[in-house]
Design a binder for this molecule. Structure first.
Ligand SMILES: [Zn+2]
Length: 191
């Protein structure tokens, strides 16, 4: 059973556990990448579709949620068990909307893939992101990472839970299709 971390929101009211089969993910390596804010490069064609998604959604940005304590950093919880951290890959509906701003406010505008992180083995792709974090000192700063495939951040097993919901941060619009990967990926404690 999947739930939202009660410390952060009690708005979680609906869950449909459904097996849609693996998403078709068609990553094309972007020229460069940025950690926090927008990265709407025209050349970047990272899209997802299939499963619960009627249209293709384009990757906009990704970010991490983590807590001060190792046990309780993820935004979602499974059987009341939270993970140390959670990665969000934010995609927008580039078929239905002109741009990300419109998609945020609109119906079926966003699709967010959530990946739980648990402590374990060293994760090489993740380490490349951690390495560039010191370069990102301002909210809108960007940093070059070089080519990398965001699908390498996903777990080997692509089973997931999905439910329609809202953004967990303002503007909190009900525009999001959540896709939560069941299997966590491992990161080293130092990462
Ligand atoms: Zn998030």
């Amino acid at each position: 059973m999947l739930g939202r971390n009660a410390c952060k929101t009690s708005a979680f009211s609906f869950l449909a556990e459904q097996m849609w089969g693996p998403l078709c993910s068609r990553p094309v390596r972007p020229e460069r990448w940025c950690s926090q804010q927008s990265c709407a490069h025209r050349t970047s064609n990272n899209t997802i579709g299939g499963g619960p998604l009627e249209n293709h959604y384009r990757l906009k940005q990704f970010h991490f949620h983590w807590g001060a304590a190792n046990e309780w950093g993820s935004e979602h919880a499974v059987d009341d068990h939270a993970y140390p951290a959670e990665l969000h890959l934010v995609h927008w509906n580039s078929v239905k909307y002109q741009n990300y701003k419109e998609a945020v406010m609109g119906e079926n505008g966003l699709a967010v893939i959530g990946v739980f992180l648990k402590l374990g083995a060293h994760h090489q792709t993740l380490q490349r992101l951690v390495d560039i974090l010191p370069e990102i000192k301002h909210k809108d700063a960007r940093a070059a990472v070089g080519p990398f495939d965001p699908s390498s951040l996903l777990p080997a097993c692509r089973d997931y839970w999905t439910y329609p919901g809202s953004l967990t941060t303002p503007p909190l619009t009900e525009s999001v299709t959540w896709i939560i990967q069941k299997e966590p990926v491992e990161v080293a404690p130092g990462q």
